[in-house]
Design a protein around this ligand. Structure first.
Ligand SMILES: Cc1ncc(COP(=O)(O)O)c(C=O)c1O
Length: 393
């Protein structure tokens, strides 16, 4: 029985960790050092804001350390590492500022917004109405002028930028001031692009006028799975007070120790990493387009983030393609969004993006048997087995 459990996990680790090429944009890999901190003794411990639990001196020290690096890295007055996930971070922001029966404006799920802050998600739980930003599918972005009108018409108490399908910076600079003038709180769900923001190669929402930046720490940001809140002093303090007891009890301190080290890695290596992530995404988009794939946004350079989209107009075709690619150890979502965070962290560059595009082409366009392509995928994966952009491999 124990052998079975160990065997299942080991087979997963071998397969997904060593033999596959992972292009899911919401995933990444941690460095060996960050990964080893996940098994710290801190995993067993509790703390609480009123120091109800004793024995927390090193945990408190790690928390202070992590908050300090996060504040510096994101030029934020306040940082909180306790949210257990990006979704919980969204929840903290919305619930801290939403007034019941008020309205929220964000990118709709059908335009690539995060379903968790769309109609069936948190707004429903919180009793707030949700409205869509006017959105241009061609420009793959919020329509700024029409959004000004929408904000005036809806008079929202909250505006949230950011999305799950997220290729070009949102017009925060132009819209945050308008929203604030109407009395709205302005948030930016940076779950997908947090590593690019940290690396200084995407927009900087806090400097562009958002009150808070929050999201996951494991997508383009290469930390352990979890969440983070970054904000100005006033919003940060308010959310901090609400976080415990309302949204997080035990914050999982092994995760926070690992996140603190990932923040230090990002401070040191984030700029070249994030630059290469975007160069790789653009190279992958171009190579796939040259092979005849329907890559969205050819006229506007495909992307300025870690994502490119193969536009098959829905999940049905995407699911077939994703399933076929999985048989060749090429792992994608059914969107089909392709992300370059993990392959970049493994040290791949533009040349390898051309190789990946060719492997995808062989499976999807040339109809080669996936099991035959798998060998080449495993070969490429084995050439990039080390994690880069970290202190110690
Ligand atoms: C924009 C956005 N926000 C929030 C989340 C939720 O993040 P998590 O899975 O860390 O809860 C996601 C998930 O992919 C997302 O795309």
């Amino acid at each position: 029985m124990i052998e079975d459990i160990l065997d299942i996990v080991q087979r997963h680790d071998e397969w997904r960790g060593k033999k596959c090429i992972n292009l899911i944009p919401s995933e990444n890999v941690t460095s060996p050092q960050v990964r080893s901190l996940l098994s710290s003794e801190m995993a067993h411990r509790y703390t609480s804001p009123d120091h109800f639990y004793m024995g927390t001196r090193f945990i408190d020290e790690i928390e202070a350390h992590g908050q300090k690096i996060a504040r510096e890295l994101f030029k934020a007055e306040s940082a909180d590492l306790r949210p257990l996930s990006g979704h919980i971070a969204d929840f903290i922001f919305l619930a801290s500022f939403a007034k019941r029966n008020s309205s929220l404006i964000c990118v709709s799920a059908s335009d690539g917004g995060y379903p968790g802050i769309w109609k069936e998600g948190l707004p429903k739980v919180l009793g707030i109405k949700v409205h869509a930003f006017p959105f241009s599918k061609e420009k793959m972005n919020i329509k700024t002028d029409e959004a000004v009108e929408a904000i005036a018409a809806v008079n929202p108490s909250i505006v949230v930028f950011g999305a799950s399908l997220f290729r070009f910076p949102h017009p925060v600079h132009d819209l945050a001031a308008v929203a604030k003038e109407m009395g709205a709180e302005v948030g930016f769900d940076g779950s997908h692009v947090l590593g690019l923001i940290a690396g200084g190669v995407f927009q900087h929402p806090l400097q562009e006028g958002a009150h808070a930046l929050f999201g996951s720490t494991h997508k383009s940001f290469f930390g352990p799975q979890g969440g983070i809140m970054l904000a100005d002093k006033e919003h940060g303090e308010l959310m901090r007070r609400k976080t415990n007891p309302a949204f997080v009890d035990n914050a999982h301190w092994n995760r926070i120790a690992a996140l603190t080290l990932a923040l230090a890695e990002m401070r040191k290596f984030g700029a070249p990493y994030a630059k290469q992530v975007i160069l790789n995404a653009q190279a992958l988009g171009e190579a796939l387009s040259d092979s005849g794939f329907p890559v969205a946004g050819a006229e506007i350079g495909y992307t300025e983030s870690h994502q490119v989209l193969l536009d098959y107009g829905g999940y049905k075709k995407g699911r077939d393609i994703a399933a076929r690619l999985e048989m060749a150890n090429l792992i994608v979502d059914c969107g089909v969004r392709l992300g370059t965070c993990e392959v970049t962290r493994r040290g791949m560059k533009e040349t390898e993006m051309a190789r990946i595009a060719e492997l995808i082409e062989q499976v999807v366009i040339k109809g080669r048997e996936p099991s035959k392509v798998k060998h080449d995928v495993m070969q490429l994966a084995s050439e990039f087995s080390e994690i880069e952009y970290c202190f110690q491999k």
